[in-house]
Design a protein around this ligand. Structure first.
Ligand SMILES: [Zn+2]
Ligand SMILES: [Zn+2]
Length: 172
């Protein structure tokens, strides 16, 4: 969603509070697809004037993404605090301290979805796991090992690696 901020830019001391609609339904980052299941609160305060604006606020989101081991759905709650300021003279001249700023600024409007996306990225978990000791999927039959053993003969990755090394060495 785009918010027109031309009025804020033209009159110093002007301030608005908005509850934008979140257009972000899903997004990709680091090879993972995140789904936005719910946005329970979303408010932005935009203030400034004289070509410099400050955007602050917060957003409460419920995301879901597949567990990196068993692919089961993992629910993630994120509530990043937003606090940014942008110098529009720099935007116009194409010089910006933070390269992220240019993405959510379009002329004299603010792309709130890109703003939120930029805020979410640093808060995403390093690794998505349904639980710390997730057993993952059986590499032979694809059975979810958290639900019990499937009885397949699974050699440890170390054994598989040493088998590969044996073949490699025999060819030397
Ligand atoms: Zn898992
Ligand atoms: Zn199996």
């Amino acid at each position: 969603m785009y918010i027109d901020i031309s009025e804020i830019l033209s009159s110093k001391g002007k301030e608005i509070t908005v509850s934008p609609e979140l257009g972000l339904k899903d997004f990709h980052f680091g090879g993972v697809t995140y789904k936005v299941d719910e946005c329970s609160a979303y408010e932005l305060h935009i203030s400034g004037g004289k070509s410099r604006i400050r955007i602050s606020g917060h957003v409460d989101l419920q995301l879901s993404a597949p567990c990196s081991r068993c692919l089961d759905t993992v629910h993630i709650s994120l509530s990043p605090e937003i606090d940014r300021s942008v110098d529009f003279d720099q935007v116009r001249e194409g010089i910006l301290e933070d390269i992220n700023d240019i993405c959510f600024m379009k002329e004299e409007s603010l792309d709130t979805d890109v703003l939120v996306y930029n805020e979410l990225i640093p808060h995403l978990p390093m690794k998505i796991l349904c639980k710390e000791d997730c057993q993952g999927l059986c590499p032979v039959c694809g059975h979810n090992l958290n639900l019990g053993d499937c009885g397949c003969d699974r050699r440890s990755p170390d054994l598989q690696m040493s088998a590969i090394m044996d073949i490699f060495n025999s060819k030397q």
